[in-house]
Design a protein around this ligand. Structure first.
Ligand SMILES: O=C(O)c1ccccc1N[C@@H]1O[C@H](COP(=O)(O)O)[C@@H](O)[C@H]1O
Length: 216
């Protein structure tokens, strides 16, 4: 069994949730961001989260959320981790973590080496870091764009908190990404879809099998 853990993000149907659970996803992500094609209602998220047993963690993905939205979601969906994928400052991340008493993962957008320096300011207020590619110019979404960054930027870097790699991963490149970066956790959204927002059970299985095949 591979030591690398995987998150399948943007699940919106029972069929694809079941595929992720059966194939060994460590985290399943539910998107609460109306501009995303993967956005789910709170009712759908609650229903999907009821399928999840022990061994898999439910992640709520938010982009600069208000406390009201977080109140509504956390009141109805049992989240294990809050993923913040907007422009949240370290202070805002700390406030969310304290108010909702849940672990938080902050996404950092990487385009060049200097972008990784920003992680330092978040290390004391997060439970996990997530390194994603900078969105392309004009992109509507701050993530979930299927774009990779230069993985070699991570070479020689070390953080006090566990971290996850994302951005443009798919079944064909995830093993290389793990080998190149030493990532112990990976996250995918677009790379396991056959159309924007439409997850493919076959691609989910292929991705998780490729992660396992690294044996890392
Ligand atoms: O998936 C989305 O729709 C999304 C929307 C807004 C912010 C982040 C989003 N997804 C996260 O983006 C990265 C990379 O995704 P991809 O594999 O390149 O499509 C990943 O961490 C998703 O959790």
């Amino acid at each position: 069994m591979s030591a690398v853990k995987a998150k399948i993000c943007g699940i919106s149907t029972p069929e694809t949730m079941q595929a992720a659970l059966d194939a060994g996803a460590r985290w399943v992500g539910l998107v609460f961001f109306p501009k995303s094609p993967r956005n789910v209602s709170i009712a759908t998220a609650a229903e999907l989260s009821r399928m999840v047993g022990t061994g898999t963690r439910v992640v709520g993905l938010f982009v600069d959320p208000t406390d009201d939205l977080l109140d509504d979601v956390t009141g109805q969906v049992p989240l294990d981790l809050i993923q913040l994928h907007g422009s949240e400052t370290p202070e805002r991340v700390a406030a969310i973590r304290a108010r909702f008493n849940l672990p938080v993962m902050k996404a950092l957008k990487v385009g060049e080496a200097a972008d990784l320096d920003a992680a330092t300011a978040y290390e004391s207020v997060v439970d996990m870091l997530l390194f994603d590619a900078k969105p392309p110019k004009g992109a509507i979404l701050p993530g979930g764009n299927g774009v990779a960054f230069d993985w070699s930027l991570l070479t020689g870097r070390d953080w006090q908190k566990p971290w996850m790699l994302s951005g443009g991963l798919d079944p064909a490149n995830v093993a290389d990404a793990i080998r190149a970066t030493g990532a112990k956790a990976v996250d995918v959204s677009s790379g396991v879809e056959d159309a924007p927002g439409r997850k493919s059970p076959d691609l989910i299985r292929a991705f998780l099998s490729a992660v396992t095949s690294t044996g890392a």
